[in-house]
Design a protein around this ligand. Structure first.
Ligand code: MN
Length: 585
């Protein structure tokens, strides 16, 4: 195991810790997350509704809202089209519910289970046949050139709202909302699709009740209104209370970096989920047996549950779950989602087991730095999950494909100094399509290109230094055993909810002295170690599935470990507990 530390200016950390009156260790952690001034730290730890940006700062916002207003006044039919992942369905829920609240004639649609992700030309035909006057895309559409052309041919207006990277030219639409447009001055380019949807819905709420609060209808003047002023609008406040939890779930699920406004959205949404959860969330917590929501509840429990139905090709259940307020229906849907999630787990495990064996063979026999596998007996829905687990296990880039009708659809996962999007752009000739992020891509190709693609990847990755079998663990900060106290635990809670670039903090501590150690659980599978601490009377560490190490541990022995910290309450007494990830004996 190797420990990877981030270079943080310790002098600056000390300075800020004095200015902001925070423990230095905690400031180091915050700096690691990009909050490196007192003001950024305040916003990161204690964001307010006032910290949300004025939605009219987004390019074309007023134009979009005015078009929607016309549709409402003329009772035109509106179609919302969204992506089918959790980001997409939370986006649909926010816009659909907002428009319904204004008595709009509105319907929504997602791609059919076997359809591609983006809005397809078929939708243009559907819209024409059904007298739709306005189509609003959410979390998709920025590359839908053909569909947009067809929609415009039919004289239907199209508002694209998206957060994916725009190309050099844009589709022919009535207007486009996307903070990643180069000339959009919106202060956060990294919003999720549901973040953009939240901003559009915010603008609708604010603009439609403008008579009470502000009369400006000039885009430049609207931009100048302060967030505090906007919040004098009571409807807007109510709207935020209702939809921030949904936007928080969609943003965490879409793995956008939880910095800037995404941090504000997720933190505010999380606090509402904790203090006054909406009905759907209450039912979720009850059915999942969650007594108290914690930092990873959204990322590890809620988002996967909503997404399992997509992987099992039944996404409408998740969407209905976010759209209904009927208690009985919510209970029924929640149970169904849990069933689908169970099924998803079984399928993932089955796929994973077979892929692990094949990957081992490939690495050994072909001596490769990369694993490239294809299957026809599995379904496409869980490829990303399985590829991710393989990447963690083998510590090398993974490409995993599932074949359907001669087309291979797949997922690529990598880590470290590899950029998959850049890599694949050198091998476009083999691919039908690819896209995604540095470490996670989706890609497709025809079956007959597979062998050539595989060869090219093996050659390409051979140039990379053989990925070290030595596991590299990145930590947030080093701790001394006596840095671990309840104050630190309290501060750590303020970082919640966790997600991309705001993960649960990982610490490293050397020379922790064992008071006593014992194996616990059925078959003595787990390990429980009590550590000596001069500030806590009872400091425990747990290590799952490592009960056999008990023979190697004795009282007064020193260990070092990488761990996360958690609070444990037992018989009304509060304990600090280390959850050990890696131990050095
Ligand atoms: Mn998205």
């Amino acid at each position: 195991m190797k420990i990877k530390r981030n270079n943080i200016d310790l002098h600056l950390a000390y300075q800020i810790s004095i200015d902001a009156n925070l423990p230095q260790k905690f400031v180091e952690l915050l700096m690691h997350r990009g909050a490196d001034t007192s003001d950024k730290i305040r916003k990161f730890l204690y964001p307010q509704f006032e910290d949300l940006y004025n939605p009219f700062l987004m390019k074309n916002m007023l134009k979009a809202v005015k078009r929607i207003e016309t549709a409402l006044m003329n009772n035109e039919k509106i179609l919302i089209f969204g992506d089918k992942d959790t980001d997409g369905i939370t986006s649909i829920a926010i816009i659909y519910r907002t428009l319904k609240g204004h008595n709009a004639r509105v319907e929504y649609m997602i791609p059919a289970p076997d359809d591609d992700y983006d809005i397809s030309p078929k939708i243009a035909d559907y819209a024409k046949e059904n007298n739709i006057a306005l189509i609003i895309t959410v979390d998709c559409g920025i590359s839908a050139f053909d569909t947009a052309a067809k929609i415009s041919e039919y004289n239907i207006d199209l508002i694209i709202t998206d957060h994916h990277e725009p190309q050099d030219t844009l589709p022919n639409a009535y207007t486009i909302l996307n903070p990643k447009q180069i000339d959009c001055e919106y202060p956060d380019k990294m919003l999720a699709g549901c973040g953009v949807a939240l901003k559009l819905a915010s603008a609708i709420i604010l603009y439609f009740s403008r008579n009470n609060f502000f009369f400006e209808s000039d885009a430049d003047n609207l931009k100048k209104i302060s967030s505090a002023e906007l919040l004098k609008n009571y409807n807007y406040k109510l709207f935020l209370r209702k939809y921030l939890p949904i936007a928080a779930i969609g943003s965490i699920a879409d793995v956008v970096p939880l910095a800037n406004e995404n941090r504000i959205i997720t933190k505010l949404g999380y606090d509402i989920l904790k203090a006054a959860p909406p009905l759907f969330a209450k039912i979720l917590f009850e059915k999942l047996g969650i007594e108290k929501i914690s930092g990873n509840t959204i990322g590890f429990k809620i988002a996967p549950l909503l997404n399992a139905s997509r992987r099992m090709k039944k996404i409408s259940y998740s969407l209905d779950f976010l759209l209904t307020d009927d208690k009985a229906q919510l209970y029924a849907l929640c149970e169904y989602l849990m069933e689908l999630n169970k099924l998803r787990k079984i399928k993932t495990d089955e796929f994973y087991e077979i892929a692990v064996a094949d990957a081992e063979t490939q690495i050994e026999k072909e001596n490769t730095n990369v694993v490239i596998l294809k299957y026809s007996q599995f379904e496409h829905g869980v490829t990303g999950l399985v590829a991710n687990k393989l990447r963690e296990l083998f510590n090398c880039p993974i490409f995993l494909f599932v074949e359907e009708d001669g087309i291979l659809g797949g997922a690529g996962r990598a880590d470290g100094n590899i950029n998959l999007v850049e890599t694949l752009s050198n091998f476009k000739e083999y691919l039908i399509k690819f896209g995604g992020h540095k470490y996670a891509v989706g890609l497709s190709m025809t079956l007959d290109n597979f062998e050539n693609f595989k060869k090219a990847m093996i050659e390409y990755f051979a140039k990379f230094e053989m990925i070290s079998k030595d596991k590299m663990i990145e930590i947030d900060t080093d701790l001394l055993i006596d840095d671990i106290n309840f104050e630190l635990l309290d501060y750590l809670k303020i970082l919640e909810p966790f997600g991309t670039l705001n993960e649960e903090p990982i610490f490293y501590c050397e020379n922790m002295r064992i008071k006593y150690a014992k194996a616990i659980g059925a078959d003595n599978r787990h390990l429980s170690i009590t550590l000596q601490s001069s500030v806590l009377s009872n400091l425990r560490a747990v290590l799952w599935n490592k009960g056999d190490l008990i023979n190697k541990l004795t009282t007064n022995q020193n260990i070092s470990a990488v761990f996360t910290l958690e609070e444990n309450i037992f018989r009304n007494v509060r304990y600090a507990q280390l959850k050990i990830i890696e131990i050095l004996i």
